[in-house]
Design a protein around this ligand. Structure first.
Ligand SMILES: *[C@@H]1O[C@H](CO)[C@@H](O)[C@H](O)[C@H]1NC(C)=O
Ligand SMILES: *[C@@H]1O[C@H](CO)[C@@H](O)[C@H](O)[C@H]1NC(C)=O
Ligand SMILES: *[C@@H]1O[C@H](CO)[C@@H](O)[C@H](O)[C@H]1NC(C)=O
Ligand SMILES: *[C@@H]1O[C@H](CO)[C@@H](O)[C@H](O)[C@H]1NC(C)=O
Ligand SMILES: *[C@@H]1O[C@H](CO)[C@@H](O)[C@H](O)[C@H]1NC(C)=O
Ligand SMILES: *[C@@H]1O[C@H](CO)[C@@H](O)[C@H](O)[C@H]1NC(C)=O
Length: 241
């Protein structure tokens, strides 16, 4: 009898301490992770593929580590951007292109199929529009090209690449040849010059509700939506961020 009681108590303590047959909690399964020291700490709504289980993040928020252990954001379809910083409170992510030319990837970009919005101080820079790229001769002696609409990283010796909105007139493009169409992209991403830009997201809205108060954020376990949870100061993540 005494032995039985003792075993019973042992089982209770084990359960309370999180051992035993209990299913691991969200926090246990989805501990913040990073590709390496100095890389952004990944937690909800993001998930680090291969280091955190599938259901740790929200849909569209998958990140991965490349072969240099840099953090990569994969956008529909097949667009890969390097993640420099994640601001969980203000719900924005700083990204860049590995080869300093995001415009090289925009033909495949389908931001509307992702949770992200291109951030800009100008509303019209964030709204998706249709564009045509023109290959223009730089030897026309006119020197009249509109440098705002030039994409320097796509240009080369004797030519430059310019983008024109479907809804603009083509009047100034005498020395240019139409090349490709780029559909439904924000103009802001075509005009990126310093390989440094931000996306934000509105849902899940963990920022103001949880992160701003130093709390963790997770999906509700038995319904949709999110909830905050307490995070110990010294348990904020593997890199102490
Ligand atoms: C990447 O991280 C893994 C695991 O932490 C490590 O074994 C590997 O050496 C790292 N590779 C580079 C290029 O830093
Ligand atoms: C677009 O994606 C396809 C595969 O989905 C790939 O083969 C192609 O190289 C990509 N194009 C660019 C410009 O990245
Ligand atoms: C995201 O950025 C866009 C453009 O900069 C802005 O209009 C929008 O309000 C922002 N959304 C959130 C949730 O911060
Ligand atoms: C861009 O063009 C496509 C195909 O022509 C069209 O379906 C889409 O509505 C256009 N997008 C915008 C923002 O005008
Ligand atoms: C633009 O045109 C020049 C000369 O006509 C050509 O050499 C170059 O490959 C073209 N570039 C693109 C990206 O179309
Ligand atoms: C799950 O739902 C039940 C009733 O619908 C509720 O009482 C309980 O608090 C919920 N549990 C969690 C962890 O949200």
């Amino acid at each position: 009898m005494v032995i039985f009681l003792f075993q019973f108590l042992l089982l209770l303590t084990a359960k309370a301490a999180g051992f035993g047959p209990a299913i691991p909690s969200y926090q246990e399964r989805c501990k913040p992770a990073g590709c390496r020291n100095g890389q952004p700490l990944v937690r909800y709504p993001f998930r680090l593929k291969g280091r955190q289980p599938d259901d740790c993040g929200a849909k569209g928020f998958d990140l991965s580590c490349d072969n240099k252990n840099q953090t990569v954001l994969e956008l529909p379809t097949s667009v890969k951007l390097m993640v420099k910083r994640i601001d969980y409170v203000n719900q924005k992510i700083q990204v860049s292109d590995e080869h300093n030319c995001v415009q090289n990837q925009v033909q495949n970009l389908s931001l509307s199929a992702s949770p992200f919005l291109f951030m800009s101080n100008f509303d019209f820079d964030s709204r998706p529009r249709n564009f045509t790229l023109f290959n223009c001769s730089a030897d026309n002696g006119l020197d009249d090209y509109n440098s705002n609409d030039d994409i320097p990283c796509l240009g080369g010796q004797g030519f430059y690449i310019q983008y024109v909105g479907y809804d603009y007139s083509y009047a100034d493009l005498l020395y240019c040849r139409k090349t490709i169409d780029i559909l439904n992209v924000p103009e802001g991403i075509l005009s990126v010059k310093d390989n440094n830009f931000y996306f934000n997201w509105s849902e899940p809205a963990c920022g103001l509700m949880c992160e701003a108060h130093g709390q963790g954020c997770r999906p509700k376990s038995n319904s949709s939506g999110i909830e905050c949870f307490h995070v110990d100061r010294d348990d904020k993540g593997i890199f102490g961020l």
